[in-house]
Design a protein around this ligand. Structure first.
Ligand code: TYM
Length: 333
């Protein structure tokens, strides 16, 4: 095992995970468990920026915990916990806010995107504006070498580095570690079913992983394909076509994928067949994870125990860092 550490999280702002989460980040995170010290968590405090209903939030957290575990987290190898179970995240965020400027924060995507989507400053809550500071706290508490995430989180990892750097410079001491973003060039940005934008729950262009079959089927059958191909007998384009992007991601029957691509290029296959095969591939690919999820659902005590053990381990490291940070700034009782 390399002597390296990584940390990453998922925001339970939605009720379940999608294939963008999986191929963009989770699959990579799972692979790292065998090689490095891994800290993964459900960023429940982050979800407050958008979820303002108690039952919905509790349901989302429960689902995302189950999804994440079922997809292959191994609690014997990784430290898995809920952000809110480790109070040092909130403590660290209060400190770190002092090492980043308002103008830098105003340049952050999540905030700017909201403004572009027509929201005005009056409707943007401070939790959303401060999101990158809490995220920097999530990361820097564990002094990780890297942060495995999708491309959309690059800017957040970069600001965490900037904050760590300005903290260290202020005290002329290498207290915080500047971590590297670990983003896959091939799968760092998974396209949505609309074929244009990044797959994202809030854009409604997702293919979920554990939703009911009927929902997943609908998501797949509604997927955009080659907009220039009007009939099944027209030759079509495979490159960049979302249905084929998805086939390449999770249809492990490569001969079938090649056959479909060839026939598509030659105008010898209809969209419906391509999508039905994609749906079947989805069912096969996630079958084991679905079974695992059902087992975990039947065993809530085990899930509670995993989270408790994870939080205890995370607190050890997080409290050592916060003590060092308090000591550095002069907050010593
Ligand atoms: P979140 O919950 O939106 O997404 C979880 C992970 O999935 C990745 N992802 C994608 N990757 C490729 N293509 C896509 N279409 C796609 N959609 C989502 C995200 O990049 C992410 O890696 N702010 C974070 C959660 C967080 C965090 C942290 C992450 C909170 N604290 C500390 C790392 C470290 C978020 O909202 O991710």
């Amino acid at each position: 095992m390399e002597n390296k550490r990584v940390v990453s999280g998922i925001n339970p702002s939605g009720s379940s995970l999608h294939i963008g989460n999986y191929f963009g980040a989770i699959k990579h995170q799972i692979g790292l468990q065998e090689k490095m010290e891994t800290y993964y968590f459900v960023a429940d405090l982050h979800a407050l920026t958008t979820v303002k209903d108690k039952e919905t939030l509790q349901e989302n957290i429960k689902n995302v915990v189950l999804d994440y575990l079922a997809l292959g987290l191994n609690p014997d190898r990784c430290v898995f916990f809920r952000q809110s179970d480790v109070p040092q995240h909130s403590q660290m965020a209060v400190v770190l806010g002092n090492y980043v400027t308002y103008s830098h924060m105003k340049r952050m995507h999540a905030f700017k995107d909201k403004l572009q989507k027509g929201e005005n400053e009056e409707s943007i809550n401070m939790g959303l504006f401060n999101y990158p500071i809490l995220m920097a706290a999530d990361i820097l508490l564990y002094k990780p070498d890297g942060v495995p995430v999708g491309e959309d989180q690059r800017q957040h990892v970069e600001i965490a580095r900037d904050i760590a750097d300005s903290f260290n410079k202020a005290y002329k001491k290498e207290v915080l570690v500047l971590p590297e973003p670990m983003i896959s060039t091939e799968t760092g940005k998974i396209i949505g079913t609309d074929g244009t934008r990044k797959m994202s729950k809030s854009l409604g262009n997702v293919i979920e992983i554990f939703a009911d079959e009927e929902i997943i089927k609908k998501q797949i059958m509604g997927c955009f394909t080659d907009p220039n191909r009007l009939k099944a007998t027209d030759p079509g384009t495979v490159e960049g076509n979302p249905v084929f992007v998805f086939h390449d991601l999770f249809n492990e029957d490569k001969a079938e994928v090649e056959d479909l691509k060839n026939r598509y290029r030659e105008g010898r296959v209809g969209d419906v067949e391509v999508k039905e095969k994609l749906f079947a591939a989805h069912q096969r690919y996630f079958e084991a994870a679905k079974k695992k999820r059902e087992e975990l659902t039947r065993n809530p005590e085990l899930v509670q125990k995993i989270l408790r053990d994870g939080a205890n381990k995370a607190i050890k490291l997080a409290s050592a860092t916060i003590n060092e940070v308090y000591e550095t700034v002069g907050i010593v009782n």
